[in-house]
Ligand binder design. Structure first.
Ligand code: ADP
Ligand code: MG
Length: 382
C-alpha cells in the first residue's frame, strides 16, 4: 500500500505529540550482477518506487524512541558509539545505524522515529537497506548534520555487518542512496562509482515476482558463499575475484576444489555478463539484455547454487510465455523474488499467466508487481 505523507504525519503526531519531518529510502531490484558486489565486481540494480518512510522529530537528550508500524512495536535506546548486543530483532538495524553514524563522527541528537514501509519485508528487495538508509537520513536530518550518500550507504553496511551479523556487500545500500528515477545504476563495487544508465520502460516492462518464501539457510549460506569466494581469490594470490581474469581462471581451474571452482566461475562470468548487459541497455538491445539475465539465472542455479524450486519455477514458466525476453532470481537467493523482462504489449497476459501457474503448482499466490526505477533516499518536503 502506498504511504501518504499526510497520513504518516498524522500518525506521528498521535504517537509522539510533535511535528515530524519525513524521509524515505527505496528498496531495490537487481537486473543483473548477483553475488558480485562483495567481490569488488559490477552490479546493475534499480531503486524501486516502493520506499521505507521515517517520520522524525528531534528530542532533548541522547535517547531514541522508535516505532515500526510494520511490526507494531516501540523500542528505545541511548545513542552511543559501541555496538549493541545482537538481539536478532528489527531494532538491531535501527540502533546499528545510529552507532555506525556516531562512529563515523556524525554528532547525532536524540530523536523520535515512526517507521512504515511499502517494501515487502524479507522478500529479497532489500527492505533492510531501505530501513537503514531511511533511518540514517532521518537521524542526520533532525540532528542538522550532513553526510555524503556513499558514506551513508557504508554506515548502513556496517550496521548490517556488526549489529545484525550479515556480511552483505554494498549494492543494496548504494542503490537506496544513489538511485535515480528512470535509470538503472551500473555500480563498480571496487570504487563505489555508480553510473546511471537510462531505463526507458515503454516498449518493455519489468515484473517482480515474490515467491513469498525465505528458506532458513539464507543467512548462513550467504556468509558461506562469501567465504568460498574469498578462498577462491586467495588461491589466485588475489585480494578479490575482481583481480582474477577469466583466462587465468581457465588455466588453473582444475586445481580449485569444488565447489570453490564453480563459485569463482559464476562471479567472473557474472561480471562480464553485467558489463555486457549494461552495454545492451545503453543500445536499447532488450533481447540481449534478456539473454544475459537468463544466463545469470542458470549460473546462480548451477554454479553458485543459491536458487530454489520456487524461483526456478517462476523463471522457467516465464521464459516459456510469449513476449518474455529474460528472467532471473534477484537478490541473495534461497527464496525471495524473481525479475522478468517482457514486451510491454504482453504485460497483462504475463502477470495473469504467471500468477495462475504459480498458484496451480504451489497452491498459493505469489506477490506480483510491475516497476519502474524510482529515486534514491531523501527528505520528503511538504
Ligand atoms: P530484505 O532486506 O530482503 O527485505 P532482510 O532479511 O535482509 O530481507 O531484512 C528484513 C529485516 O529487516 C526484517 O526481518 C526486519 O528485521 C527488518 N526490517 C525491514 N523493514 C522493516 C520495517 N519497516 N520495520 C521493522 N523492521 C524492518
Ligand atoms: Mg536485506
Amino acid at each position: 500500500m502506498p504511504i501518504h505523507p499526510d497520513t504518516l504525519r498524522a500518525r506521528f503526531r498521535e504517537h509522539f505529540v510533535a511535528e515530524p519531518r519525513l524521509f524515505r529510502a527505496p528498496g531495490r531490484v537487481n537486473l543483473i550482477g548477483e553475488h558480485t558486489d562483495y567481490n569488488d565486481g559490477f552490479v546493475l540494480p534499480l531503486a524501486l518506487e516502493k520506499s521505507t518512510w521515517v517520520a522524525a522529530a528531534p528530542r532533548a537528550g541522547k535517547r531514541v524512541r522508535v516505532h515500526s508500524a510494520a511490526v507494531g512495536e516501540t523500542k528505545e535506546f541511548e545513542l552511543g558509539t559501541s555496538w549493541p548486543a545482537r538481539r536478532g530483532a528489527w531494532v538491531d538495524y535501527v540502533e546499528g545505524m545510529a552507532v555506525a553514524l556516531m562512529q563515523a563522527g556524525v554528532p547525532l541528537a536524540g530523536a523520535d522515529l515512526l517507521i512504515d514501509t511499502e517494501v515487502p519485508v524479507g522478500a529479497g528487495l532489500s527492505s533492510s537497506a531501505a530501513l537503514e538508509l531511511a533511518v540514517g537520513r532521518a537521524l542526520i536530518g533532525v540532528s542538522e548534520c550532513e553526510l555524503t550518500p556513499v558514506a551513508l550507504a557504508r554506515a548502513g553496511q556496517r550496521a548490517e555487518h556488526e549489529a545484525v551479523g550479515i556480511r552483505c556487500g554494498l549494492m543494496d545500500q548504494l542503490t537506496a542512496a544513489l538511485g535515480q528515477a528512470g535509470h538503472a545504476l551500473l555500480i563498480d563495487c571496487r570504487t563505489n562509482e555508480a553510473t546511471p544508465v537510462p531505463l526507458p520502460l515503454d516498449d518493455v516492462s519489468l515484473l517482480v515476482v515474490d515467491t513469498r518464501v525465505k528458506h532458513s539457510l539464507a543467512t548462513s549460506a550467504y556468509n558461506t558463499r562469501r567465504a568460498e569466494c574469498e578462498e577462491g581469490a586467495r588461491s589466485f594470490g588475489a585480494s578479490s575475484l575482481r583481480d582474477v581474469a577469466l583466462d587465468a581462471f581457465h588455466a588453473r581451474e582444475a586445481q580449485l576444489r569444488d565447489p570453490v571452482r564453480r563459485r569463482v566461475r559464476h562471479v567472473l562470468e557474472e561480471n562480464a555478463r553485467t558489463l555486457d548487459a549494461a552495454d545492451a541497455l545503453r543500445r536499447g538491445d532488450w533481447v540481449r539484455l534478456g539473454q544475459r539475465m537468463s544466463a545469470s539465472h542458470r549460473s546462480l542455479r548451477d554454479d553458485f547454487e543459491v536458487s530454489c524450486a520456487e524461483l526456478d519455477f517462476v523463471v522457467d514458466t516465464a521464459l516459456a510465455l510469449p513476449g518474455v525476453l529474460g528472467a532471473r532470481m534477484t537478490g541473495g537467493g534461497f527464496g525471495g523474488c524473481a525479475v522478468v523482462l517482457g514486451r510491454h504489449a504482453a504485460e497483462a497476459a504475463l502477470s495473469a499467466s504467471l500468477r495462475a501457474a504459480f498458484a496451480r503448482w504451489f497452491g498459493r499466490e505469489p506477490g506480483l508487481f510491475f516497476t519502474r526505477a524510482g529515486p534514491g533516499a531523501g527528505e520528503v518536503r511538504a
